[in-house]
Design a protein around this ligand. Structure first.
Ligand code: HEM
Length: 415
């Protein structure tokens, strides 16, 4: 049944809606058509404007002086908004790149930016390809049937990130668990607990782990990204513990579930569209376009938010200073105004102006790395794949932030 505009708006603040693609996209289609800048009042959440058209989201992202990331960069419950504000005032909150604005944002972003430039990515490529091979080999070892998300996809990008940061493989399990607890905190299967105290405990575990890392890299600098962060100077001063820990947290978390969700959601799309899989098998030059289409199709980051610094207008709607706007990336990436037949999964889609990586000064720092990882995986998998099918019902993560498949049971033959 088609939801009303108000029901559709409230779906954007309902973590279970994001686990149900049909329900989510039915709601987003109503909003795009009938109320593309819509005021949402949902139980447990502070109200916000839901912005669902590609053009309006671009306009907001382009104007980073008018639309600020602080103090509400992400959708959280009203209770968590209050706690986050309090922690920020006490100087114990997360202060990652997505939490801050200029001038601090520009300075902090520059510290990591060199590591993600194409030249650095090319240097990392052999390692990424080796890891991709390792995980396709793992699929062979698993004997032709597996839960692709849990047994393959969540592991591979985390290894890439650990390599980038220069962390030992022995820390893998700890990082995997902490990342899932931080991001999957609306999903009962992934969360440590639903309370703010348990959420804080996850954050403090992250901070404790990274404080040790900072101390180790300050004592013995190496040439990894962790050393660059630990030894960075701003106005001649090292970053404080919260800023260094926040930096590691954003790299470790932003670079992990996003990419694994894209790989597993992309694989699911290929299984469900066998004609597209055949096309890709027959013409491997389509791979770069196929990767973009998988990223558009899955859109693992469901939203970021901005707060208006002044009274303004968005899409013809009056927005007042201090009001928050939710940028719905899954909606932008199915916008009929931009994409020809947006609900068609097309491995040759070109142009493909998706907003899955955002836009403007906060544009995803790891976009080149994410593309390389997804591509390396499918470059390795596709030529070795003789057959593949679903072996059960896939299930998605319950979240309002980063999500995609949680379980993807598959049966396959690989050479
Ligand atoms: C920011 C998406 C992978 C690091 C973002 C943003 C989005 C996004 C939507 C916010 C952009 C905005 O506000 O305009 C994705 C997707 C990925 C992915 C879809 C995978 C397919 C990665 C990877 C890394 C990474 C692999 C690094 C290892 C970051 C960082 C930011 C960011 C550091 C903050 C940038 C800033 O605020 O200046 N990402 N990301 N991401 N991403 Fe990614």
């Amino acid at each position: 049944m088609t939801p009303s505009v108000d029901e559709a708006g409230r779906a954007l603040a309902d973590p279970t809606a994001y686990a149900d693609d049909d329900r989510l996209h039915a709601a987003l289609a109503v909003l795009r058509r009938e109320a593309p800048v819509h005021w949402v009042e949902a139980p447990d959440y502070n109200p916000f404007w839901a912005v669902t058209r590609h053009a309006d989201i671009m306009e907001i992202e382009r104007d980073h002086r008018l639309f600020l990331n602080a103090p509400r960069p992400l959708l959280a419950t009203a209770e968590m908004d209050a706690i986050n504000r309090q922690r920020a005032e006490q100087g114990i909150g997360l202060r990652t790149l997505v939490h801050i604005d200029d001038p601090d944002h520009r300075v902090l972003r520059a510290i990591g930016a060199d590591w993600f430039r194409p030249r650095a990515m090319r240097a990392l490529e052999p390692r990424v390809r080796e890891l991709a091979r390792r995980y396709v080999d793992r699929m062979v070892e698993l004997g032709g049937e597996c839960d692709f998300v849990q047994q393959v996809a969540v592991h591979y990008p985390l290894y890439v990130i650990l390599s980038l940061l220069g962390l030992p493989e022995s820390d893998f399990d700890r990082m995997l668990k902490l990342t899932q607890e931080l991001f999957g905190n609306a999903d009962p299967d992934l969360q440590r607990g639903a309370s703010p105290e348990e959420g804080l405990a996850v954050l403090l575990d992250f901070f404790a782990y990274f404080k040790e890392l900072t101390e180790a890299r300050r004592a013995n600098p190496t040439d990894d990204l962790a050393s660059a962060i630990a030894n960075a100077r701003v106005d001649g001063e090292p970053l404080n513990d919260f800023d260094t820990a926040s930096y590691y947290v954003i790299i470790a978390t932003a670079g992990h579930d996003t990419t694994s969700s894209t790989i597993s959601g992309g694989l699911r799309a290929l299984i469900e569209h066998p004609d597209q899989l055949d096309r890709l098998r027959a013409d491997r030059d389509l791979m770069p376009l196929a990767v973009e289409e998988m990223i558009r199709w899955v859109t693992p980051v469901k939203e970021f938010m901005r707060t208006a610094a002044e009274d303004c207008e968005v899409g013809g709607v009056r927005v007042r200073a201090g009001e928050a706007l939710l940028l719905s990336y899954p909606s932008a990436n199915r916008d009929e105004e931009i994409f020809d037949d947006p609900f068609r999964f097309d491995v040759g889609r070109d142009p493909n102006k998706h907003l899955a990586f955002g836009f403007g000064v906060h544009y995803c720092l790891g976009a080149a790395l994410a593309r390389m990882e997804v591509r390396a995986f499918f470059d390795e998998l596709i030529p070795r794949l003789t057959s593949i099918e679903l072996a059960g019902e896939p299930e998605n993560v319950v979240t309002t932030f980063v999500g995609g498949p949680k379980h993807l049971p598959i049966r396959y033959k690989l050479t």
